[in-house]
Structures are given as C-alpha cells and as structure tokens.
Ligand binder design. Structure first.
Ligand SMILES: Cc1cc2nc3c(=O)[nH]c(=O)nc-3n(C[C@H](O)[C@H](O)[C@H](O)COP(=O)(O)O)c2cc1C
Length: 210
C-alpha cells in the first residue's frame, strides 16, 4: 500500500461533552493511562520550541510526570531545545495514539523543574543512562561515533565504585499549560475536538469544528 493511497475511517471511540473532566490535566492523565496499556512509547510526545528568530523546531521527548503544575520532561540544558526555551519559553507538545485514534495537543510556558526533583529522577535512572547523560553534549557536532563511546567509557571509569551524580547541565522542565485539545477520530472525518482554556481560575472547554 502506498502512503498516497493510505486511508482509514476512525470508528473506535467518541468524545462527548459528558466524557470531559473538569480538569484537562486529569483528562490527559486518563488518556495517557489508557494509551500506555497497549504499547511502548505511548509516553512519547512531539515537543515544538521556537528560537529567537521565531523559527520552530520539533522533536520527540518522553513525558515523565504530570501533575497540577503541568507536563514534566527531562533533557540536556545546553541542547538546541533548551537554548530555544531560554530564548522563548512558549512551547507546544503533541501526543498521537493511532491505536486509540486520539491526539492531544498541549501549549504552555516552560520553567525548570526544582533541582531536588531532577536529582531524585536522575537517581532513579539506570546507571548506563546516567553515564549517557554525562557523555552526551547533546545537539553539538561530533567527529565520529567513537567520540561518544569513548566519552561514555571515560565517565564510566570516572564514576566507578560510586553513585553517578546528576550533571548540572541535565535536568527537568515543566510545561505550565495554557491550552489543551483532545481529539478523537470519528467516521467520515467528523472528528470530535474539545479545547480547554483557563477561565477565572479554572478550566473551560468548548467544542471545535474538526
Ligand atoms: C521516542 C523518543 C523519545 C525521546 N525522549 C527524549 C527525552 O525524553 N529527552 C531528550 O532530551 N531527548 C529525547 N529524545 C531525543 C530527541 O528527540 C532529540 O533527538 C534530542 O533531544 C536532541 O534534540 P535537540 O537537538 O532539538 O535539543 C527522544 C527521541 C525519541 C525518538
């Protein structure tokens, strides 16, 4: 089948106003919970940042926590995405769960996670990932793959016999949300879309044309 001819009808679920929770954070939590039951990487989201010139840039990251503050992910603080965030804290994320025929969009402004929380999360990671964080000067040019593997070996030696500390240049971010959209695929392209925005210290939702 060619991608030009690929075509499907979305028929699995519906999204009624009566399904919409008061809090879009709880709504996302519930959809995420359903999504991760079925496959790996359901916690992956596309993160779009914008640089100082207004140029957008997207990549996948993993959601690691969701609470009243917003969506938490981790990265290298000197990476391209982090430099963009330093210049412009406005970001957008996008989840797509094809097996549920669902999409969620979140927009918000980013702040750094408190250091103690980044420390605790870093501690919980496998040792190889901790070493990997030290070894990667994320987004910088590398002369060859060897360079990365050599750095990983060097850091493995440096921290041999001790706990690997969190590098100062690696940690979490919180996306403080100001918009959520829940999309449920429906038959004949008559999809359901529900958009939440803040309204007088709570959230208000409305239905959008698909
Ligand atoms: C499924 C998936 C999950 C990823 N999760 C993360 C993540 O949580 N944090 C991260 O920094 N990069 C993650 N990456 C790598 C990023 O997509 C990206 O390559 C990297 O962060 C560098 O991006 P940048 O140069 O735009 O900063 C992930 C990639 C994939 C495909």
């Amino acid at each position: 089948m060619s991608y030009e001819a690929a075509r499907k009808d979305y028929v699995k679920h519906v999204l009624e106003e009566s399904d919409c929770l008061e809090s879009p954070i709880e709504m996302l939590e519930s959809w995420l919970h359903e999504a991760v039951q079925e496959t790996e990487d359901a916690n992956a989201m596309t993160l779009t940042t914008v640089d100082a010139m207004g140029r957008p840039s997207s990549r996948m990251v993993l959601i690691r926590k969701l609470d009243q503050r917003g969506v938490v992910f981790y990265s290298n603080y000197t990476s391209k995405k982090s430099l963009d965030i330093n210049e412009n804290p406005n970001v957008a994320v996008n989840f797509f769960w094809p097996w549920l025929e669902r999409q969620v969009r979140v927009e918000g402004t980013v702040v750094r996670l408190p250091e103690a929380e980044s420390d605790a999360y870093f501690k919980s990671r496998p040792r190889e990932s901790q070493i990997g964080a030290w070894a990667s000067t994320q987004s910088e040019e590398m002369t060859s793959r060897d360079q990365l593997e050599k750095r990983a070996e060097e850091f493995a030696l440096r921290f041999e016999g001790q706990e690997v500390p969190r590098p100062e240049f690696w940690g979490g971010f919180i996306i403080q949300p100001n918009m959520f959209e829940f999309w449920q695929g429906r038959a004949s392209r008559l999809h359901d879309r529900i958009k939440y925005e803040p309204f007088e210290n709570r959230w208000k939702f409305k239905r959008l044309f698909p």
